[in-house]
Design a protein around this ligand. Structure first.
Ligand SMILES: Cc1cc2nc3c(=O)[nH]c(=O)nc-3n(C[C@H](O)[C@H](O)[C@H](O)COP(=O)(O)OP(=O)(O)OC[C@H]3O[C@@H](n4cnc5c(N)ncnc54)[C@H](O)[C@@H]3O)c2cc1C
Length: 392
């Protein structure tokens, strides 16, 4: 087995949306970095998940001079909240004039890969395995990995773990350093990617039969989300049942069956690991925190992390000032907790307001009062807009 030893400034583990965004910001600013990714490029380009870059994310890409190159898709400023078939349209508003975009995570990732690798000649190493991290006090960190040419070692100044919940970065941190805060909501979503576009508004619907949502995923497809039981699997949900439930929960018999590309079962849960750093290792995105998809904030919180982290790394590398890096975790965590609160609000309101069996008829009426409030109180509407846009 051959052995190569190289040096770089930053090693990023994981070429998902957070790792690629961070690398693009750093590379544009003249900081050398290497991404290590276990999958191949084609696999990453096909992975479809989130659908909205919120207004904060749009503003961030504008500030880094990348919005035109990376973002596509219509403005995302309307959501239809539907209760037992009765629709009310909520429009998000903001004084700065910036709105979110229905830019799918897949589109953003493809654009990032093109910009980073094909345009800027960035260093992304796919299909690596057996990553090990050495992150000792008063030493430069070292990362070892193998690929089809053998064993490699990288010495760097900083490691950033963007390798999501089951990655290697967080698990390399010694036991007892991080505190895990987690919450299980007790139900799951069936996420079905279908060959049918959203025809009117994106919908979040509550009904006596449970939650259903329909959100755009490009011009020809959408993703339906159905509230299901925690232990449900594909055998309980053949395509015909999915379409029957969609019609029932949306109270719309005119919806026709379409091709279902794939289904996933996503247990709704929230997790935060704190602090989000240990010595020269920093965590970002799903490696540090997760929110249920009902909030549409998972990708957006990862983008927030790497905006703060990229600026902190630039300060350390260009000005030899590590104060922002030292404070990274303390800077981002208040925002993460704020959006965990929003995610709990969305999850409770969308699910409790529907099925009375979820948390009882008392909570059902409370959740419906909360939804009413969005349309009756300008103050409540303003706060909800801020959360939807990601700007508070
Ligand atoms: C069905 C679904 C719907 C969602 N909907 C939304 C939504 O509407 N809005 C929203 O904002 N968010 C949504 N999310 C959440 C969002 O997709 C995630 O928060 C986002 O992908 C996190 O980005 P990340 O870069 O941290 O992790 P990922 O995108 O998961 O990327 C992690 C990368 O690390 C790599 N990796 C892992 N382990 C290793 C290792 N040991 N070595 C090397 N590489 C490794 C992986 O292969 C992957 O490429 C949804 C998620 C799901 C599953």
């Amino acid at each position: 087995m051959s052995s190569n030893h190289e040096q770089t400034t930053v090693v990023i583990i994981g070429a998902g949306v957070t790792g690629l965004t961070l690398a693009t910001f750093l590379k544009r600013s003249g900081v050398h970095c290497v991404i290590l990714e276990r999958k191949n490029r084609a696999y990453i380009e096909l992975r479809q998940r989130a659908g909205v870059v919120d207004a904060r994310g749009v503003r961030m890409f504008e500030q880094w001079g990348l919005a035109d190159k990376l973002l596509a898709g219509p403005v995302a400023d309307i959501i239809e909240y539907r209760i037992n078939g009765s629709a009310r349209v909520f429009q998000t508003t903001g004084d700065d004039g910036i709105q979110g975009r229905f830019c799918t995570q897949q589109m953003l990732v493809c654009n990032l890969l093109r910009e980073l690798i094909d345009v800027m000649d960035g260093d992304v190493r796919f299909e690596v395995s057996d990553i090990t991290i050495r992150n000792e006090e008063d030493e430069l960190p070292q990362i070892s990995y193998t690929d089809n040419t053998g064993l490699h070692t990288l010495t760097c100044n900083y490691i950033v773990g963007c390798d999501a919940d089951r990655g290697i970065s967080r698990s390399s941190i010694p036991e007892g350093v991080l505190t895990k805060y987690s919450y299980e909501f007790g139900y799951a979503w069936l996420a079905a990617l279908v060959e049918a576009p959203v025809k009117g508004n994106p919908i979040m619907a509550v009904s006596d039969h449970g939650f259903v949502g329909q959100l755009p995923r490009g011009p020809h497809r959408s993703r339906y989300y159905l509230q299901v039981k925690l232990n449900d699997g594909p055998e309980q949900w053949p395509d015909a049942r999915i379409w029957d439930e969609i019609r029932l929960r949306l109270a719309d018999r005119s919806i026709e069956n379409a091709h279902v590309h794939n289904i996933d079962f996503v247990p709704l849960r929230s997790v935060v690991y704190a602090p989000m750093q240990y010595r020269n290792l920093f965590l970002a995105g799903d490696a540090a925190h997760m929110v249920p998809p009902v909030s549409a904030k998972g990708m957006n919180l990862g983008l927030y992390d790497v905006d703060i982290l990229a600026k902190a790394i630039l300060l350390a590398v260009h000005d030899n000032d590590t104060s922002a890096l030292d404070n990274y975790s303390n800077t981002v965590l208040p925002h993460i907790w704020n959006y965990q609160d929003f995610a709990v609000w969305m999850a409770d309101t969308m699910h409790d307001a529907g099925e009375a069996t979820q948390h009882g008829s008392f909570r059902q009426m409370i959740a419906r009062a909360r939804l009413d409030n969005l349309f009756n109180s300008p103050t409540a509407a303003h706060l909800h807009s801020e959360y939807q846009r990601g700007v508070n």
